[in-house]
Each structure stands twice: as structure tokens, then as C-alpha cells.
Design a protein around this ligand. Structure first.
Ligand code: GUN
Length: 297
């Protein structure tokens, strides 16, 4: 039997529907509007699409947004000045600098300059630390948070399961590991993280009850790497050339969808899986930042 599809678009719509209701409540009861600043340096086409999608979603949910686009040759000084302005702007509760920036930008310094209270990406060391120790006063990074919500809404309880993560990035792999291993409801998994220096990756992935692919390689996970009945979450968003596609490329995940869906029990598609969840959780974090900054529980 082919795998059940984990519909990220539908789950994200349920979550953003609840966020929109809370945004309305904040306006009525506290005269408050959550605000998100999205900063883009340069003209990378994929980043432009992501930034526009985030701004559009803010608009849909009644969240104020401020898009700042700096030229591709912008200096660190110029970018840090923008961050400082946004740190002090009372209309802005969340700040996101789209990654990856151009090479002259030191991303670590930029992240460190963002006020941790406005760090809705959860990239700042303070928030990464809070997440690791399970302190709920910080943030959870949007993509791994989206994966946890996909599992929850699909009725997959990671407790006691073997979760295998492919990839060890700061944005996905490492926080995913921290969230799944947490002693908490909806977590409590045994977790393995494999990466580019792991010999025989398939020998680990074949043990996975829950397999999370976040390696950034098109269709890397093939059916021989997957255990029968596994739950497979595909975090990859890769552009591959396709002369027959209208734009000359198409988007594929890190999982060879057709063959893996014949073996898995559940699978998230690309597009329509993790992608919409990342944006939904960004909106959630912006709302949370607004409430925390105004001491609203
Ligand atoms: N680029 C790809 N994913 C992300 C993300 O979650 N946040 C930011 N700021 N940039 C990204």
C-alpha cells in the first residue's frame, strides 16, 4: 500500500487559522499588532521568493511586516545599522535575516546582533541554549518546529522510536536532534544524526522508524535506504533543471518520492510538506515574540 501523504499545506492552514484568530484577539483586547521584519541582502532569486512568501503570509494573518532589501554589495556596517534600528523599533517583534547572505556578510556576527527577544529564527546562541535545555521562554527554530508539528498532527508519537536525521546544519539537523531527544511530550525519541562524514549512511537510515532528510541533495534517499513502514519527512527544497518545465526547473526534495512512498507508511511531499510549515511556525514565533515582549501569556 502506498504511504499516506502528510499534507503540510493543510496542517499549516489549521495552525495559521489559529494564529489569525489570536492576532485578532490581541488587536481587540490589547490594541497590539505583532510585527515581523524580513531582511534580504542581495538578489538571490530563491531567497526573494522565500521573503515575498513570508511577507504575504504576514499580510494574510494581520501581522505587520517590514521588508528591508539591501544591495548585494552591502557592507556589514550597513546591515548592522538596519538590525540596530529594528532592535529598537517597537512595531517590530521579530527579525529575520534571510540566509544565506552574500560572502562579505559574517552571518554569525549578524545573528549575534539581533536582540534575542526578537530572534524568531532561533539562531541566536541564547535561544539555541534555551531550546537545548527545554526552556519554553525562548523560541523553537521554524523548520524543525514545523517537522515536530507535522508528526504531532499526523498522530506520530516519537516516544521510544528511532529517529534518524540526515544532515547536521545549524538550521535543521542539529536543532532537530535536540527537539526529538528532549524529555517531553511529543519527543522522547532515540536519535541518530548522520552526515557527510558518516560511512554507510544507509545502514543507519534503514533502522529509522522516523526518517528526516535534511541534506540538500536532490532525491538522495532511495527506497533501499528506508525501512518498510517508516515515517519519512522530507525537508529538502532543491531546484533541478528540467527543460520541459515552464520555468526550466522543478522543485524536488531530498527523497526519491515515488519509490520511497511505495515503502513508507507516511511521507511528506515536496512541495506541500515541510515548506508551508516553516512559514506557519515563523508566524507562530512572531506572535509569541509579541506576547512575550508585552508580558501576555
Ligand atoms: N534560509 C533557509 N531557511 C531559512 C530560515 O529558516 N531562516 C532564515 N533566516 N533563512 C533561511
Amino acid at each position: 500500500m502506498p504511504a499516506a501523504i502528510i499534507d503540510g499545506k493543510a496542517i499549516a492552514a489549521r495552525i495559521t487559522g489559529e494564529i489569525a484568530q489570536e492576532v485578532t484577539h490581541l488587536a481587540r483586547s490589547f490594541n497590539l499588532q505583532p510585527g515581523l521584519a524580513v531582511v534580504l541582502v542581495g538578489e538571490d532569486p530563491a531567497s526573494q521568493v522565500y521573503v515575498n512568501t513570508k511577507v504575504k503570509k504576514c499580510h494574510e494573518l494581520g501581522i505587520y511586516s517590514d521588508r528591508r532589501v539591501l544591495p548585494k554589495n552591502a557592507t556589514m556596517e550597513e546591515l548592522l545599522k538596519v538590525i540596530d534600528e529594528l532592535n529598537h523599533d517597537p512595531k517590530i517583534h521579530g527579525i529575520l535575516v534571510q540566509s544565506p547572505p552574500p560572502p562579505q556578510i559574517d552571518e554569525a556576527k549578524v545573528v549575534a546582533a539581533i536582540d534575542p527577544a526578537k530572534d524568531v529564527d532561533c539562531f541566536h546562541a541564547v535561544n539555541v541554549g534555551k531550546m537545548l535545555i527545554g526552556d519554553s521562554d525562548g523560541f523553537v527554530p521554524c523548520t524543525p518546529y514545523g517537522v515536530m508539528k507535522l508528526l504531532e498532527y499526523s498522530g506520530v508519537n516519537p516516544c521510544g522510536k528511532h529517529a534518524v536525521i540526515i544532515g547536521r546544519s545549524n538550521i535543521v539537523g542539529k536543532p532537530m536532534l535536540a527537539l526529538l531527544v528532549q524529555k517531553a511530550k511529543g519527543a522522547d525519541a532515540t536519535v541518530t544524526c548522520v552526515h557527510s562524514r558518516t560511512p554507510d549512511i544507509a545502514s543507519f537510515t534503514r533502522q529509522a522508524d522516523i526518517l528526516i532528510a535534511a541534506i540538500g541533495k536532490p532525491e538522495f534517499v532511495t527506497s533501499d535506504m528506508v525501512k518498510e513502514g517508516a515515517v519519512v519527512i522530507d525537508v529538502g527544497i532543491n531546484r533541478v533543471e528540467d527543460a520541459s518545465a515552464p520555468k526550466g526547473y522543478r522543485i524536488v526534495g531530498d527523497v526519491a518520492y515515488d519509490e520511497v512512498s511505495a515503502k513508507a507508511s507516511m511521507i511528506s511531499p515536496v512541495p506541500g510538506g515541510v515548506g508551508p510549515m516553516t512559514i506557519a511556525m515563523l508566524m507562530f514565533n512572531t506572535l509569541k515574540a509579541c506576547k512575550l515582549q508585552n508580558s501576555i501569556r
